[in-house]
Design a protein around this ligand. Structure first.
Ligand code: HEM
Length: 392
C-alpha cells in the first residue's frame, strides 16, 4: 500500500514556531503519521506511539549519521555519544554515564539541597526575581558546571558555548550562522585546553581521559565527548525549571495541590516536562526501507522525532494542553527513550525536585510580571521570567 505523505512548508525554526509550535504540531499530527517538512527535507513524526517506537528501534532509526538538521553539522559532530549507535555508543555511554549514576547522584543530593535552600531563601526574601536567570541558572551554574570540571575560568563560558552548539542543531538560518564562531571556539578549547593538567582533576571531563588511559575509550574520542557534557548539562535543566515555575504561576490550583502533598513533586516534574519540552526534537536516519503506520519511507530518509508534539498527542494524553500534576505521566518523552535516553535525567530531576520542594515551603503563589521566550534552534522555553511571590 502506498500512502501519499502530507507535505508542510512550515519552518519549525522560525521565531514564530519556536515561540509557539503547538498549533503547527496539532496540524501536523492530524495530517498523518508522517509529514514531509519540505524546507528541511525532514520526515516528521508527531504521534506519541510512533515517536516512542522509533526511539526504541535504533537499528532502523540510526543516530550514527547525526541527530540534527544540517548535513554539515551532522558530519562534523559524528562520533559524539549522542550521534552514534551500538557498539560504539555502548562503549562511550558506559564511560560518560559513570559520574551520573543514581548512587553518585544520591551522594551529591545534600550539596544540591543546600544550594537550593540558599537561593530560594535569598530570592523569596526579595519578593521579586527572574526565575530563569536568578533561580533556574543557580544550581546548574554552581553545582553542575563544577562537576563537569572544565576549570573555574571556563564555567561562565559553558552557557555561551552550549547555546551556540544548540543553535547549530537547526538548519542554516541566522541563528545558526551567528553561532559558528563560538562553536569553533569551543571545539578548539575542547581539543587544546580541556586536557588533563589544565582541567579539574577528577571532574567529569578529566574522567574521560582517565578512562582512555585505562584503555576503555580511544583517546581521540575525549575532545568530542566534551560536547556530550557541555551541551546538555545546563540549559536543558534551566529551561525545565523555568517552565515549571511559569506553569505553576499560571495554574495556582496546581501549586496548591503540590504544596499540600509533596509526594506529587516527581509527577509535577514529569507533567511540566510533558507540557513544555526543553528539547523539542532530534532526528534519526533510516537504515532500511521502513513503514510507519502504513506510510513507506525509503532507507536514508532523515526522520525528525518531535518529542514536544508527541507529548501533547491526545491519543495518549486526554486534553493534552491541560497542566495536571495528578496525571502522573512518567512515560512522557522529554528525556527521550531507549538507547539514547537522557543520561543526565537523574541529575535534572534532583535539581528540579530540590527547588520545587523549597519553593513549596516558601511560596504560596507566583505572579508573572514579565516573560521573554528564548529563541534557539535546538531548545525551547523562556530566557527570562520575572515573578513576584506571595509568602504563606
Ligand atoms: C530537563 C533536563 C534535560 C532534558 C529535557 C534532556 C533531554 C534529553 C533528550 C531528549 C535526550 C535524548 C537524545 C536522543 O534521543 O537522541 C537526551 C540525551 C542526553 N542527555 Fe539530556 N536532558 C536533560 C538534562 C541533561 C543533563 C543534566 C545532562 C548531563 C549532565 C544530560 C546529558 C545528556 C546526554 C549525554 C545525552 C546523550 C545520551 C546518549 O546519546 O546516549 N542531559 N537528553
Amino acid at each position: 500500500m502506498t500512502t501519499t505523505i502530507p507535505v508542510d512548508d512550515v519552518d519549525l525554526f522560525s521565531d514564530e514556531a519556536r515561540i509557539d509550535p503547538y498549533p503547527v504540531y496539532d496540524r501536523m499530527r492530524e495530517a498523518g503519521p508522517v509529514v514531509h517538512l519540505v524546507r528541511q527535507d525532514l520526515f516528521a513524526l508527531t504521534r506519541y506511539a510512533d515517536v516512542r517506537a522509533a526511539l526504541m528501534d535504533w537499528k532502523t532509526f540510526s543516530s550514527a549519521k547525526g541527530v540534527f538538521v544540517d548535513p554539515g553539522i551532522n558530519a562534523q559532530l559524528e562520533g559524539i555519544t549522542l550521534c552514534s549507535d551500538p557498539p560504539d555508543h555502548t562503549m562511550m555511554r558506559g564511560v560518560l554515564g559513570r559520574p551520573l549514576r543514581q548512587e553518585l547522584m544520591r551522594a551529591i543530593s545534600s550539596t544540591i539541597e543546600a544550594a537550593a535552600d540558599e537561593i530560594v531563601t535569598r530570592l523569596v526574601a526579595r519578593g521579586r526575581f527572574d526565575a530563569a536567570t536568578e533561580l533556574a541558572e543557580h544550581l546548574p551554574m554552581t553545582v553542575v558546571s563544577e562537576l563537569v570540571g572544565l576549570g573555574e575560568g571556563n564555567r561562565g563560558k559553558m552557557l555561551e558555548w552550549a547555546e551556540a552548539i544548540w543553535n547549530v542543531q537547526g538548519p542554516v538560518n541566522e541563528r545558526f550562522t551567528a553561532s559558528g564562531p563560538l562553536v569553533g571556539e569551543f571545539l578548539d578549547f575542547a581539543a587544546n585546553e580541556a586536557v588533563p593538567g589544565k582541567i579539574e582533576p577528577d571532574g567529569w571531563a578529566d574522567q574521560l581521559y582517565q578512562a582512555a588511559d585505562r584503555g576503555e575509550l580511544p583517546r581521540d574520542k575525549c575532545p568530542v565527548m566534551m560536547l556530550d557534557y557541555v551541551t546538555p548539562s545546563l540549559d536543558t535543566t534551566i529551561l525545565a525549571i523555568t517552565n515549571a515555575v511559569a506553569l505553576f504561576a499560571r495554574h495556582p490550583e496546581q501549586w496548591e495541590l503540590l504544596r499540600a502533598d509533596r509526594s506529587l513533586i516527581p509527577h509535577a516534574i514529569n507533567e511540566s516536562l510533558r507540557i513544555e519540552s526543553p528539547v523539542p526534537q532530534f532526528s534519526r536516519v533510516l537504515t532500511e526501507d521502513h513503514e510507519i503506520d502504513g506510510v513507506a519511507l525509503p532507507a536514508g530518509s532523515r526522520v525528525a522525532l518531535l518529542y514536544g508534539a508527541a507529548n501533547r498527542d491526545p491519543r495518549k494524553y486526554p486534553d493534552p494542553a491541560r497542566f495536571d500534576i495528578t496525571r502522573r505521566p512518567s512515560d512522557q518523552l522529554s528525556f527521550g527513550r531507549g538507547e539514547h535516553v537522557c543520561i543526565g535525567m537523574n541529575l535534572a530531576r534532583l535539581e528540579m525536585s530540590a527547588l520545587l520542594g523549597r519553593l513549596a515551603d516558601e511560596v504560596a503563589e507566583f505572579e508573572i510580571v514579565s516573560a521573554r521566550p528564548l529563541l534557539n534552534n535546538g531548545l525551547r522555553g523562556l530566557e527570562s521570567l520575572v515573578v513576584s511571590v506571595r509568602t504563606p
